[in-house]
Design a protein around this ligand. Structure first.
Ligand code: NAP
Length: 274
């Protein structure tokens, strides 16, 4: 018996990376999955992987930037399984762009997907969970939600905005027995950096230690088993951002030094590329 037998989980952005890993981790604990993303071929391969392991999974094409798509995703969950116990707003992308160089179009796109896409999931999930007075809504935010970094301002803005929605909804839904949590990964080895690089026309690597998607996916499944307000898969980062919030001048100095060293390292490794 899995710890999540008969639980129904809806996950956006499950065709790759953290969403895909979270889907596999939840399915291995017995949850039924309803997965959404834009690339249907990749979604189908996730569905096949889960069903081969004996799990149940429905795949639905969904662009989270469109409310109607997110509504359809939840409608598919109700049609297939009759309920939704867990909703994970994971779909999102990054952008490497200085604040003053970001275009209107880039700003609107990242807001639409990362923030409104999360909000749509929170709305649909609450609508289904409130009458049953149970459920768990999770938004995959980022460590950067609590401390922005250079060239990541617009992305950090979306992650901070997600966190604000989560903090508010957590208290709004608490009297109704519904948990709302945020997840704050640090750099994770997924398509994220490649995709963000393509959108931004500039290459950037991760920041600090690189986690695996499987590790973060397992942590998310652990969060579902034991709900709490925030999940920080890399605990020292949580400590670091808390200190940074209390001592911003010192944090700026230390970060500037760290980022200088990191960019020297990146330039050297690029020069060494064949
Ligand atoms: N990787 C990191 O270092 C890192 C760190 C902190 C937080 N995060 C957050 O973790 C989440 C997952 O990112 P990841 O690292 O797993 O990146 P990823 O490998 O690029 O995966 C992103 C997922 O989101 C989906 N997606 C993107 N735009 C979408 C849209 N408009 N509608 C529906 N699905 C969409 C993609 O699927 P399709 O392209 O098929 O639609 C894909 O499944 C994101 O919210 C990201 O901000 C990542």
């Amino acid at each position: 018996m899995g710890t999540l037998n008969n639980k129904v989980a809806v996950i956006t952005g499950a065709s790759a990376g953290i969403g895909r890993a979270a889907a596999a981790s939840l399915a291995s604990r017995g949850a039924c999955l309803v997965i959404g993303a834009r690339r249907v071929d990749m979604l189908q391969s996730v569905r096949e992987e889960i069903t081969k392991q004996g799990g149940q999974c429905v795949a639905v094409q969904c662009n989270v930037g469109r409310y109607a798509d997110v509504q359809q995703l939840f409608a598919a969950a109700i049609e297939a399984f009759g309920r939704v116990d867990i909703a994970i707003a994971n779909a999102g992308f990054g952008l490497f762009s200085r604040v003053h160089e970001t275009s209107d179009q880039q700003m609107n796109e990242i807001w639409q997907v990362n923030v409104l896409g999360t909000w749509y999931v929170m709305k649909c999930a609450a609508g289904i969970m409130l009458p049953r007075k149970s459920g768990h809504i999770i938004a995959v935010s980022s460590a950067i939600a609590r401390r922005a970094l250079p060239q990541m301002g617009p992305y950090a803005m979306t992650k901070a905005a997600q966190l604000s929605l989560v903090e508010a909804q957590r208290l709004e839904l608490r009297p109704f027995g519904i948990y709302v949590s945020s997840v704050h990964p640090t750099s994770t080895a997924t398509e994220f950096f490649e995709q963000a690089g393509k959108r931004s026309g500039r290459k950037m690597g991760g920041f600090g230690t690189m986690q695996s998607a499987a590790f973060v996916g397992e942590k998310i499944a652990g969060l579902v088993e034991r709900p709490r307000p925030e999940l920080w898969p890399h605990r020292p980062t949580r400590f670091g951002v808390t200190i940074a919030a209390a001592l911003p001048s010192i944090a700026d100095r230390l970060l500037a030094r760290f980022l200088d060293r990191q960019s020297v390292k990146m330039r050297r490794s690029r020069r060494a590329e064949p």
